[in-house]
Design a protein around this ligand. Structure first.
Ligand SMILES: [Zn+2]
Length: 373
């Protein structure tokens, strides 16, 4: 997920997903115009807005502390965390690999919600300390909200649906019991999906009962939980199946390349209609200079086929389009997603030695999952 880079803590890059700007505004606005005025009607409008902004800001810090706690434990357990992206309902810590055993998974998963509950307790104690000073009412109100929101963050994340923290705890439990990460992930994801459905139904019921806004939030959270549970499971299956597979093993060899000075009509006659490949690496002497696909050929009108050359039409080669034969198949898939190209050349010493397609990867996944069943 794309975002804005903020700063680094503990060697981890902290980034904000773009959704945060919208959510920050929405939270500040709903606090300033709904929550705080209803609890403190005697305060001025500007005080409500100040509380709204501070509330949203400290909520952001609270989510950050929650994520940093996960990352701190992950690092202490020997896992590397590159980046934390804060988004709509929390954060995503980008681990470079999945935890190795259920014990590490459990420690890492439980740390986040615990930190939220500890924060809730701290804010609650501070709230009580300021309660007797009426001139501090603005701060008292803020502290109460922060205690409440951290309590909710802790509890929400403990919902036993993967990939929420509670789901990870559940996964660690089944992982220990069954010895299979995949089976444990499937159970925890299923649980997440059904809880998601439950939350959606609860939301719809709330809407029918007239609680439009809270019902709407429930529906959104339910949909979010359902789709992330699905995605989390697929990711684990894919990573598991592709683990240790090299690009070299998946690529098709004996690449047929074309020269850059070929005309499009020669390309169509001599290659597209003869070899029936869709993408060809373009080689100038011993070096790859580009890639030509059917899509680019189709953009040239038929009358120009004789004049236009491959060089004029091709995609010039870029670093992010090339694959290393010794690279991981997982990285190949990531490059395909990033560039939006389903066929990429495998290049060694400047020379195209193979091609890899999305279909090659999907076929392998299909075979591996079929064999596993
Ligand atoms: Zn968490």
């Amino acid at each position: 997920m794309r975002g804005v880079k903020l700063f680094r803590v503990l060697g981890i890059q902290i980034s904000l997903n773009y959704t945060w700007f919208i959510v920050f505004g929405l939270i500040a606005w709903s606090l300033a115009s709904g929550y705080f005025p209803s609890r403190y009607p005697d305060l001025s409008r500007s005080a409500h807005w100040l509380m709204g902004f501070l509330g949203a800001f400290f909520l952001f810090l609270s989510v950050l502390v929650h994520e940093l706690t996960h990352s701190y434990i992950a690092k202490r357990e020997g896992m590397e965390v590159k980046e934390i992206t804060l988004f709509i309902f929390g954060g995503v810590s980008q681990l470079t690999k999945e935890p190795e055993d259920s014990k590490k998974e459990l420690k890492m998963a439980i740390a986040g919600p615990l930190s939220s509950l500890v924060l809730a307790l701290i804010f609650w104690i501070l709230f009580n300390a300021t309660l007797r000073s009426p001139h501090l009412i603005l701060i008292t109100g803020l502290l109460w909200y922060l205690a409440l929101i951290n309590l909710s963050l802790g509890i929400f994340n403990l919902i036993p649906g993967f990939p929420l923290d509670g789901g990870r705890v559940l996964r660690a439990f089944y992982w220990r019991k069954t010895g299979s990460l995949k089976r444990a992930t499937r159970i925890a994801s299923e649980s997440g999906k059904w809880i998601g459905v439950g939350i959606i139904l609860l939301g719809l019921f709330s809407i029918l009962m007239g609680n439009l806004i809270s019902g709407f939030w429930f529906v959104i959270i339910g949909i979010f939980l359902r789709s992330t549970a699905e995605m989390g499971f697929q990711q684990v299956v894919m990573k598991g199946a592709l683990e240790g597979v090299k690009v070299r093993e998946l690529m098709s060899r004996g690449v047929i390349s074309v020269g850059p000075s070929l005309s499009i009509s020669e390309l169509v006659e001599g290659f597209y209609l003869t070899h029936k490949h869709i993408t060809y690496p373009v080689m100038e002497g011993e070096r790859i200079v580009g890639v030509i696909t059917l899509k680019q050929v189709k953009e040239v009108s038929r009358e120009q086929w004789k004049e236009k050359t491959v060089r004029e039409v091709m995609m010039p080669i870029r670093e992010e389009m090339m694959l290393d034969p010794d690279g991981e198949a997982v990285d190949a898939l990531q490059k395909m997603i990033r560039t939006g190209e389903g066929r990429l050349p495998v290049v060694k010493d400047g020379k195209a030695v193979g091609m890899i397609t999305r279909k090659d990867i999907l076929n392998l996944l299909q075979i591996k999952t079929d064999l596993a069943e």
